[in-house]
Design a protein around this ligand. Structure first.
Ligand SMILES: [Zn+2]
Ligand SMILES: [Zn+2]
Length: 320
């Protein structure tokens, strides 16, 4: 039996039907992927910002098809954490498994991803999806978890003035998770359409010049653009915190002096906790579905990527 999958090699994507069904190693399960989401990281892989050859994709919902030694998982609808840790390096033993020195990362580093009919993940990475959560919501668990990582790292209280810079796919989810804290939230963005999605949820939005300078206790930078970092720096108050939520390609030219003079804390932020993400999606405090812009079958996954790369595109899903 073979697998149909999207294949990335030397910055080119193509569909393959000749890959063998992957063989599970000990502790791994085979997942029949149902729905996968195109993330900016996937687009960055195609642009060659990180070296990767293989099947891309890390945002998914699927059903466990084979689970040697963990048969209770077979037939269950699941989402999965993307970092596969070794469990034995000093970083793992210290409890920082998402930073494992020998980790593979689903569809990003050393492990084929989910733009495929099938994918492998360690059983310990799986989370069952509650029955009431439809696939098109569950597929957002990974980015919702990444959004919730902000609150795992920084305490947010209702008195806090919080600014989110960027209203795209990630900025939207960061804003939805933050507004649930009751904080005084403002989202800054450029194009009207994503801002309107936030306004529809009662979240305050503005253009960059509508931010009061040096007042925000916390700024979350979700654009991955040096200009976004500059907006964040202008918005944050002395002794405030800036969380960097998206990766920067190349180098950002930053005047560091204000960070020292104003004693600003910079926090890098990546993958987050799945259980609270699923709870937020199940409870409806986060509703990602308005972000869905298009759905493509796996046979048209290359076109799905082209769509997702259009400026201002929101979430593109692939039915695997
Ligand atoms: Zn992602
Ligand atoms: Zn490790």
């Amino acid at each position: 039996m073979s697998v149909r999958a999207l294949w990335l090699e030397e910055r080119a994507l193509r569909l393959r039907d000749d890959l063998p069904l992957p063989a599970a190693r000990a502790g791994e399960v085979l997942v029949r992927v149902r729905l996968a989401g195109v993330c900016n990281t996937d687009l960055e892989l195609v642009r060659g910002y990180y070296p990767y050859t293989g099947v891309p994709g890390h945002e998914f919902v699927g059903v466990v098809e084979e689970a040697e030694g963990a048969r209770e998982w077979v037939g269950r609808r699941v989402v999965g954490e993307i970092n596969a840790a070794c469990g034995s390096c000093p970083t793992c033993r210290a409890g920082r498994r998402t930073h494992c020195e020998r980790r593979t990362v689903l569809g990003i580093a050393g492990r084929d991803g989910v733009f495929a009919t099938h994918a492998l993940l360690p059983v310990e990475n799986l989370h069952p999806v509650p029955d009431g959560v439809p696939d098109e919501t569950a597929v957002f668990t990974e980015p919702t978890a990444a959004a919730l990582e902000v609150q795992a790292q920084v305490r947010v209280s209702p008195d806090d003035r919080v600014v989110v810079v960027g209203a795209g796919k990630l900025g939207n989810l960061v804003a939805q998770t933050l507004v649930a804290t009751g904080c005084r939230l403002l989202v800054v963005g450029r194009s009207p359409r994503p801002l309107a999605l936030l306004s529809a949820r009662g979240i305050l939005t503005a253009a960059a010049d509508g931010v009061e300078p040096r007042r925000a206790d916390l700024v979350v930078e979700c654009t991955g653009d040096p200009e976004g970092l500059e907006i964040a720096r202008r918005a944050v108050r002395p002794r405030g915190t800036i969380v960097l939520k998206s990766t920067y390609h190349g180098k950002a030219e930053v005047d560091m002096a204000p960070f020292v003079v104003d004693e600003i804390t910079l926090v890098g932020s990546r993958c987050g906790p799945f259980a609270p993400a699923l709870a937020a999606l199940a409870g409806g405090s986060v509703d990602p579905r308005p972000l869905i812009e298009a759905r493509y079958p796996l046979s048209e996954a290359v076109a799905a990527f082209e769509h997702a790369a259009r400026p201002g595109a929101l979430k593109v899903l692939v039915e695997c």
